[in-house]
Design a protein. Structure first.
Length: 337
């Protein structure tokens, strides 16, 4: 240590902090050798809190205003008394500043779909995202559990822990809400309130307060959303026969303008209806149900009639070959009896 450094740290300290930018939650004042002289002046501005750590323990928290710090370090005298320690005081002190400004625009979301039991669909895999805002309210708890002795601690460093806490609260809140997924869109505000209540204790353990929380979107993974869209489409269509007739009527003007005209459309519809009827009849036949009306039924295969005996005889008059059962000759008309 040079003589100039030794002399500079003997003056009464003036301690203050102006934030270098948004996102800084905690800042440790860079005191030389961590020796704060007794009588040092501490200025805390609005939107700030300060924590005075004296000899390794949190001594006091200060709100906005001008404050005087009392330490065991007396200018010059304390260092001279510790000549055996290279004129370094053993009484170390720190001042930590905390920004109490509202940290807005913080985003949360599920990185992977989470499986939740739904009252209507059973188990579903759900995605969600939204925004939240928080602030530091308890500097001693924050410094002890989060910031520790870091020279600076930011929102970016804390964000993963907050996101995990929110996802845990989201899962618990959704399970307790007992609201089907399809009704969640109309109850997102209620769900957000329940999630905030479930998450608040985790924020308090970090010395924070959750000021606002919103749910912007709830969605299913792409493959499940496709199945849901199909189900919604079927519900909208309703009666399939009526829908088919409507589609056919809508296609007539288009078919009339194309090659083949309405005749081609009719042929196509006939084939389609016949095929549909055949499938329906096959299914109905397998279940023992009557076949669909209006569809041609396949003819039962008839057994060929038993042919008469292939033996023949000859006319007794003209010798013409006749069937064995003939009673008259087809040539001369002579009775064969």
């Amino acid at each position: 240590m040079s003589l100039g450094d030794f002399l500079r740290k003997q003056f009464i300290d003036v301690i203050q902090w102006t934030e270098s930018g948004p996102g800084v939650l905690m800042y440790r004042f860079p005191m030389q050798d961590m020796e704060i002289q007794s009588g040092g002046k501490l200025t805390v501005r609005d939107s700030q809190l300060a924590l005075f750590v004296n000899e390794g323990r949190a001594a006091d928290a200060f709100g906005p205003g001008l404050h005087t710090l009392v330490t065991s370090n007396m200018p010059i005298l304390t260092n001279l008394l510790n000549w055996d320690k290279a004129f370094e005081s053993p009484f170390k002190s720190d001042v930590y500043f905390f920004s109490t400004r509202l940290q807005t625009g913080q985003r949360w979301g599920t990185q992977q779909p989470i499986t939740i039991r739904d009252r209507e669909f059973g188990a579903v895999r759900l995605r969600a995202f939204g925004m939240y805002a928080f602030r530091v309210v308890n500097p001693a708890v924050f410094q002890q559990n989060v910031g520790a002795t870091d020279a600076e601690y930011t929102v970016a460093q804390l964000e993963p822990a907050l996101r995990n806490a929110i996802i845990s609260g989201f899962t618990a809140a959704f399970a307790n809400a007992q609201v089907p997924f399809l009704d969640m869109a109309a109850n997102q505000a209620q769900l957000a309130t329940q999630i905030a209540a479930a998450v608040q204790p985790a924020f308090e353990q970090l010395g924070l307060k959750l000021d606002s929380f919103t749910v912007e979107n709830l969605s299913l993974p792409d493959e499940l959303q496709k199945r849901l869209d199909e189900r919604i489409s079927m519900n909208i269509i309703g009666d399939m026969r009526t829908y088919t007739q409507f589609q056919a009527a809508q296609s007539i003007p288009i078919a009339a303008a194309n090659e083949g005209g309405v005749a081609g459309l009719a042929a196509g519809l006939g084939v389609g209806v016949g095929l549909g009827g055949a499938i329906t009849n096959a299914m109905a036949g397998a279940a023992g149900a009557p076949q669909a009306p209006g569809v041609a039924q396949p003819q039962e295969r008839m057994a060929p009639p038993v042919s008469p005996s292939a033996e023949a005889k000859f006319c007794i008059n003209c010798g013409t070959k006749l069937p064995s059962i003939a009673k008259f000759c087809s040539a001369c008309g002579t009775s064969q009896v």
